[in-house]
Design a protein around this ligand. Sequence first.
Ligand code: GP9
Length: 420
Amino acid sequence: LDETEAWMKDRANARQSLEQDPLFGSYKGSNVLMVQMESLQTFMIGKSIGGKEITPVLNDLIEESAYFSRFYHQTSQGRTSDADFAVNCSLQPMKSGSVFIQYASHDFACLPETLKDNGYSATVFHPYQGGFWNRNVMYDRMEYDEFYSLKHFELDERLGWALGDKSFYRQSMDIVAELPQPFHAFMISLTSHHPYKLPAAQKLLNVEELDGTIMGDYLQVVHYADAALGELVERLKAEGLWENTILAVYGDHDNSIQQWELYERFMEDTSNPVQREQLVKSVPFLLHLPDGAHAGRYNDVGGQLDVTPTLLHLLGISGGKPYWLGSPLLTESESGKRTVTQRNGAWTDGELYFVPSPDGIPANGTCYSAISGEQLDTNVCLPFSGEADTELMMSDRIVIGDLLRSFEEDEAVEAMGGER
Ligand code: GP9
């Protein structure tokens, strides 16, 4: 406990040292709308097929947002629930299973709870059965005021697994428009879920030779999901919320399509193993700030664990507590080198990319240049692999051992001038 708390406090102090930044608190009191888009990856952002942009809405939104072009999902077997946990609670998911299912009774300091402590309402929307990924229980633990699941929506647009994104956003916005402000609203989309099937009338792209392949279907459904996001943005504007809401949009995880020949359409060559690794792990993350300020491409690496610290920083809520692993991505202060650690022990600092071997022995892993893809001597990466493993170990101790409960007790004792 002491060792883990001390290690987490070092992380917290590093975050707190960034709070001298003029950006800290510059969006204090803004609403937060977070959209987690199902299976949305980075590789086709900005690309066209058959003469049409695949994601025209995202492409335009990126131009007026802070866009993190080297952003990675950090999920494992818990897929969508892992993305939710990593983003909102800024801790690593489990190596196997899902924190939402295995550790829903444990204490975490997730975004909804933290924002509620700062005067926000907190609401989550997802148009599927509330028991899936144990969301009913976990969202209660995360202290959302309300969870709107499938049973709360009118099934007036049947697509994919359940309700189409367009209707989902429209019905969710009917509720958001009435929420007490400032609000934190979290929408988890579903239509672009595997197996990516859409009725013919909804397939608006000409995917040329990809027609009839799973990649062709994926692009069609991403095009639909993108259009739905466009309707959500228009509705935010129509409700007068665009100017006082931070919109955060990110992809939850990869699309599980591992047929590399289907990617050749977008990438000149996918034979390089680290290029494949980066393709699978890269998801978009954009932050649209109320005044459209700080728009541009941010090329430092970042990951899902950094989303909550980034939002807290902008809202002026201190990240100086030892509850989170990530660090703010959008800061004018010098943040030093950032490393994104994957659950399987892979990591990148933007220059190096380390892929562990299945036996988990660091010396058997493979070290690459993250820029050129060239394979390097493993010894170049080895000195840093210990840090990634330590992060995973500390996170596991917290999640499995329910240590945040003890951290909070220690803080309460210290605040009263006592010794723990
Ligand atoms: C269903 C949806 C699916 O509620 O979140 O999640 P996934 O299968 O992608 O983990």
